[in-house]
Design a protein around this ligand. Structure first.
Ligand code: 5GP
Ligand code: ZN
Length: 156
């Protein structure tokens, strides 16, 4: 458990998930504790589509204190088999859209738990059919670039 700290202000000024969390709008909660809350998505891909959300307003994963991020994934891990069984689903997509260009519409960090069944019509199209496959040299160069950034003491 992680005690809430001083409330953070959404950069957009208003946040629908902050409204839900403080009880200002209708929400169907399936799990909550001092740090995390999980509720039913109002526009589910399939029945049982759950959002796991920090109570505090953070936009993307890298904004979240490590202990809170870890806790969210522990909550998700606990919920996954229960949601799957409750929804009668065989599998699950665990999705995070991080940032507007990545399809994040609600800028309060959340993990989608999306129950899946064969032939349900939903798809996360990976590998991407439009991918231009890089050669090994290009892959190695990108890996090295990321690795050297990670080792840069000015970044940490
Ligand atoms: P995103 O596109 O940001 O990854 O996903 C936002 C999700 O929040 C969508 O799946 C959308 O259906 C859900 N959502 C948006 N507004 C509300 C709301 O007022 N209540 C609930 N329960 N879900 C919402
Ligand atoms: Zn918020």
């Amino acid at each position: 458990m992680h005690a809430p700290t001083a409330p953070r202000v959404p950069s957009s000024g208003h946040c629908i998930f902050c409204d839900l969390i403080r009880g200002a709008a209708e929400v169907s909660i399936c799990y909550e504790d001092a740090t995390a809350i999980a509720f039913m998505d109002i526009q589910p891909v399939n029945p049982g589509h759950v959002l796991v959300v920090p109570r505090e307003h953070y936009e993307v994963l890298q904004d979240i204190p490590g202990s809170v991020g870890l806790h969210l994934y522990q909550v998700a891990t606990r919920l996954i088999p229960v949601v799957q069984a409750s929804a009668g689903a065989s599998d699950m997509n665990i999705v995070v859209n991080s940032g507007a260009a990545a399809g994040q519409n609600v800028m309060h960090y959340h993990i989608h738990l999306i129950p899946r069944r064969d032939g349900d019509g939903f798809d996360v199209p990976l590998p991407f059919p439009g991918s231009v496959m890089p050669n090994r040299q290009q892959l190695d160069a990108m890996a090295a670039r990321i690795g050297s950034q990670l080792r840069d003491p000015l970044r940490n």
